[in-house]
Design a protein around this ligand. Sequence first.
Ligand code: NI
Length: 196
Amino acid sequence: MPVREILTAGHPMLREPTRALRDSELRTPSTRSLIEDLIDTMRACGGAGLAANQIGEPVRICVIEVRSQNPRYPFLPTIPLHVLINPHIEPLTGEKLQSYEGCLSVPGYRGLVLRHTAVEVDYLDAAGAAKTTRAMGMPAIVFQHEVDHLEGRLFLDLIEDPRTLVTTDNYDRWHRDRWLRQLDEAGVPQALLIDV
Ligand code: NI
């Protein structure tokens, strides 16, 4: 399956809410091949997740996976492959954490945003089965980031202080370790992912 081109900030499709998949579209060859393209493109680009509108398909599907030693996100815990169709996300607490994020659609930059510390996501998996996943800590960030794409939102929209928008090189050099230390000191809960 081909690795697809990723749309970047400024492309109008990234700003439009995607449409939900109908029951009749589940498990079809075209949906299956879109999911394969999403997985292949995410893996080829070193992403922690990818949403369908990032590759020019305005439907409500995203994929999430972190394999060990992801070069873009070496501090992330591993997350097994999740395919989310028509996801609905809810915070599990009012608590928030600082998240220094990047995005394949915003190449070369990272910025600091606030995310819910724990979320619950209801969705259909690739086979069309209803699933619920609870995510806490780092995995919660990834799920919120990807579902935001499907609503037409980018992490840029959540940046409170524009001075935290920095190049990837400067993030690595000046900001990443300090941010991780601050998270640690703030007692952010252990990364946790439960498929219920
Ligand atoms: Ni992104």
